[in-house]
Ligand binder design. Sequence first.
Ligand code: GUN
Length: 598
Amino acid sequence: MFQILHRDGLARVGELEIDGKKIVTPALLPVIHPFKSEPWISVAKQMKLNGVITNSYILKKGGYEGGKDVHDLLDFPGLIMTDSGTFQEHMYGELKAGNLEMVKYQENINSDIITIRDIFSEMDHSREKIEGDIEENFRRGREAISETRKCVALPIQGGMYPDLRRASARMMGSLESQYFPIGGIVPLMERYMYSKVAESILNSKMNLKSNSVIHAFGAGHPMFFPILFLMGVDVIDSSAYIKYARDNRILTETGTVELDSFADELPASPYFDRYTAKELAKVGEEERISIIGMHNLYVSVKELDNIRQQIKTENMWNFAEYRAHAHPLLLEAYRKIQEFYEYLEKFEPHSRKSPVFFSGEETLNRPDIRRFKSEATLEQTGVTISKKPFSYYVEKPTEFVQSQFGTVSMFMDETYPVAQSLFPGEYYDTSKDITKFERPEWKEYLISKVNYIFKYQFGRELYSFLDRERITLQRSKNTGKIRNILYESKPILALRASDGLFSLNYDGALLIHSNFDYPSHRVVIDSEVVDFVKEGKNIFAKFVDDADASIRPHDEVIVVDRDDNLLSYGRAVLNRDEMIEFQRGIAVKNRLKSSDPS
Ligand code: GUN
């Protein structure tokens, strides 16, 4: 029901399909009051939202009968999720609404995603109470799953106790559902306790399968969106747009502004183009709430569109870090996320499309940078060079260079993140200067560089199994940069200009296959798709049997059958767990060419 279309670390653009209804994630489901759905349903359609959430408890209490279809009531053909009354219990005290009763009711009104009647873990609930409640929620989840074939949302509770969040996630995750809201976080968000929210979400997510759809319940303020989606949240619902509007509060991507604090002009918005701030303040209450509410929803939807683009361009860390600087408590949450290094690292590529933009000490603590520092920096001192690529600006091949990431070998000067990063005070010269590459010592330097980068990327020196005398390099005529590595005149590797790492050719894949033991760098596939893979078709997660656990998204991999026969090679889209857990979507982009031997 869920697949990844684009990803950047944990953050992902996905497609969720339930009973033929599709939504693109990250998705925002606006909270719609079932009996006061206009103008919001029309606005949601205008904004091309194809999912909403409404409340089955209010519907049931209001006398809406089972057997009718909530899509007709709301006049909304898209995906409708329903909540169960739990939030009303949190707000107003104990409710008479049993779990099975609410589950059956939601099924009867044809909700697309139904939510169990979970017990809300409040901030002040004791550990003992929450322990009992997450057990009871698990029982209710199991009961719901056995009673309906619909998609059932199983909220993860656990209050402020990280270990109980983890336990709740493991319990719920053992049931037959793929949809997991993170519950009980609204009171934390209302108090701007973003770091606690981040901790609750990550402790839950890391104990669920990677193909789980993560929904942050009530995560309404757009200033928090980048942090949420950086952690791999897929869906949020929000009533903030209307709640804030009732208090004359206008949402922006970086905060909230009171209507009466605007000097004159309101922020640019299609919903404000007829009013100045003073004029809007004089509009009748109901209309004013609608206008501000529409603007608030619009800002939220725009920020979400923006985030999908940031994911697609693999710029999420830069973007979330930039946004996090809008508020110290967002920055605290961003730092909290970085504490989950061991988990985050598994999803981090060795290079991304976007360069690293330095914006403060936190930049150097991102998981890809931390891994790079642990794997590629050296206990040395080196020369400091303020122009990139470093090697163009030295008289002779210097061994070590003092980069902002720490001391690195000069051989890494074209490789991510050393080359694809920007720091204040640095200068990137794009003019071409190849003269020094013509000298004999530079030829030697380049040959050694190939060996070094290969070891960083694949874990073993290239010349430990190849004779370096039989290596030749093809270099760019314009820039002198290495382009292709040939062994006995056959191309084996191409050095990508974009990130200074290698792409495999067919003969390179053969070398990996014969010089690295199973399961290194391998993705193992089902026998039934062997022929497709040999034709160059992409490898879908559904057909992956096993894979090397050290594979990260974007890594170069070889594709083999169960007997370790080499079939193909390509670029991983997913890490190992994702390849195994996802049932939909591409796991490896195949690069086998028709000219490659079959
Ligand atoms: N809405 C906001 N928080 C919650 C929660 O914890 N559970 C449910 N069911 N709905 C919510």
